[in-house]
Design a protein around this ligand. Structure first.
Ligand SMILES: C[S@@+](CC[C@H](N)C(=O)[O-])C[C@H]1O[C@@H](n2cnc3c(N)ncnc32)[C@H](O)[C@@H]1O
Length: 230
């Protein structure tokens, strides 16, 4: 079955949903947080939260039915350090990230985001300049942003945007342009599917540096240039 992507720009998904603060989400709300954007059915975070229970995990996802199924799984296991929320990451996440206590976001992941190939659909891509700015603002120096995709046309504009921000560096030992291995101990569902087919996965790990946040219009211009080379 071919599944249509959700259009995050449709009116329904433009309505902001206030996201609960950590003390309403987690049993130990002061623990560091791993934020997974586009958590889908949630099996990646469910496995990772059990493999590495020393931090909290939040998955955000625009498909409500997937969030409900993922929440049912984690409730059945009684996991108090994992939560899934239904939202459009581009509309609802920025306020939540801004309100987080300084230094609490330990890692952000955006893995195999939906591809939007047509130029008129580029605004539907999940990593937009305001979201990147909010992630960069919430990550303390040394904290991680991990991106992966099996589609070059998806990951290349993300890389262009992150690097234009000036707020992130790759670990010096990492291979260029793509990191060879996933730094996380658990693959995502899409990653497993792609690897089973023997297809390549493009990965980049970034560490937040000490640079101040860039101007939004400079980031928008970078994205525009990455989409219109030459
Ligand atoms: C191709 S799936 C990948 C899922 C998972 N990360 C994996 O690697 O298996 C991308 C997911 O991102 C979700 N998504 C797309 N745009 C989103 C948005 N603006 N906010 C939250 N989730 C979004 C989609 O609904 C979909 O479940």
């Amino acid at each position: 079955m071919v599944r249509q992507h959700v259009n995050p720009l449709s009116r329904f998904f433009q309505q902001p949903r206030p996201l609960p603060p950590p003390d309403e989400l987690f049993r130990e709300p002061e623990q560091p947080i791993h934020l997974d954007i586009g958590s889908a059915r949630g099996r990646f975070l469910l496995a990772l939260a059990q493999a590495e229970p020393q931090r909290n995990y939040l998955g955000v996802e625009i498909r409500r039915a997937l969030v409900e199924a993922a929440e049912a799984d984690r409730q059945a296991l009684g996991l108090g350090h994992l939560h899934y929320l239904f939202c459009n990451a581009n509309i609802s996440l920025q306020d939540w990230l801004t309100a987080l206590p300084a230094g609490q976001l330990e890692r952000g992941t955006i893995q195999f985001p939906d591809p939007w190939f047509k130029k008129k659909h580029h605004k539907r891509r999940v990593l937009q300049p305001p979201l990147l700015q909010a992630i960069a603002a919430a990550l303390a120096p040394g904290r991680e942003l991990f991106l992966q995709s099996d589609v070059l046309a998806v990951i290349e504009p993300m890389v262009a945007l992150v690097e234009a921000s000036g707020c992130f560096e790759r670990p010096p030992a990492d291979a260029r342009p793509w990191r060879e291995h996933n730094p996380l101990p658990v693959p995502t569902e899409r990653e497993t599917h792609v690897l089973q087919q023997g297809l390549p996965v493009y990965r980049v790990l970034y560490l937040r540096n000490e640079a101040p946040l860039p101007a939004l219009d400079a980031l928008e211009a970078t994205l525009e240039a990455a989409d219109n080379p030459g």
